[in-house]
Ligand binder design. Sequence first.
Ligand code: SF4
Ligand code: SF4
Length: 385
Amino acid sequence: MTIVSIVKNADPARALKDAVELIGGLDVKGTVLVKPNLSCARPSGSGLVTNVEVVKAVVEMVAARGARPIVGDLPILGWDADAVFDTTGIREIEKAGGEFIDWRNNHVEIQLQEAGVLKKVRIARPAIEADYIINVPVLKHHFFTHISGAMKNLFGVVEPDFRPLVHVLGLDEPLVDLYEFLRPKVALNVLDATCIAQSVRPSGPYYGPTAARSVTKLNMIAVSRDAVALDATAARMIRVDPEAVEMVRLAAGRGLGTMNPQTIGNARGATLRIKRSPLGRILPYAQDAWSSERLNRISHPLVRRMYGDDVVTLEDARHEMDRADPANIVVAGACKRCGLCTSACPVKNITLSGSRPILGNKCIKCFICVEICPDGALAIERKSQ
Ligand code: SF4
Ligand code: SF4
């Protein structure tokens, strides 16, 4: 029986130790790549990158077993890697006995003969050469894949310039292909749920972006050897039906893991609590209720009254997102001219003119510009509008 342990403790190292003991311990040797989520220049504890205290605890655990812990990741295309490493404070892991690896110029091409769609990919050499991988994602909503958890986190080993192709191939299936390739090396998946960033929102005529609207402190760590089981559990934790998460469904269908593991630990069955907001913050409270799988049905009429008839149910929003046409990328918010979208676009299809980005006609439909905008200025216009 596949087990996922979920432990709540304000001390991440204690939570990790208990969670790992509950699944029968950790047995690694040689070089162990500890792979956090360092997707953007946001501080540890923001819920958008893995909490450095969790990464340090994993590094200490690996070193205590006599193995060599190395740590690495690269951000979403467009973010400056040095700024990300500085802002996240990831080099703190060196105090815990880890070695930070900057693999910017160190990728190798791999052929994936058995893959569904991702037949070749360029991967960080340390991920190929490590004896084991410990995958340390942060749990967050994701507007394409619904959740960003264990399988999505492994995307960070792919060379940034190669990632748009993975987006174009549909993201879910290529992510499963990548997981299938790396799976024999993945000794453990450690989900950082110490802080959770919620970013799903009922946005009227638009769907957008990944900027966190609210962060909830959960102080939880969930651990499993099975990334599919962990992602299914993570989805339930934020009240998303795992069946609605295509990469989880696909991976389970290909026999790479289970969607129905046994869960144990003092936080077993825990789900994200909707914070009670003061009266002046009724709007975010309503948005939280709308984005909750459990509360959407009853909160939707209220949210619709507040936002207008454009707001559809969460289920309809997901269906529309799945069919989204990137020709409908629009400027929906205030652009701060940071230039991230222009540098991230793999085909240089975006220029900044005045106070807004202008999209040309070379779009390859990768959606990276929408994903990367830290201010939520870019969004996808709904087809029905
Ligand atoms: S403009 Fe098109 S090709 Fe460029 S990042 Fe956006 S979606 Fe991708
Ligand atoms: S649209 Fe977003 S990412 Fe692009 S320049 Fe404006 S603020 Fe930056």
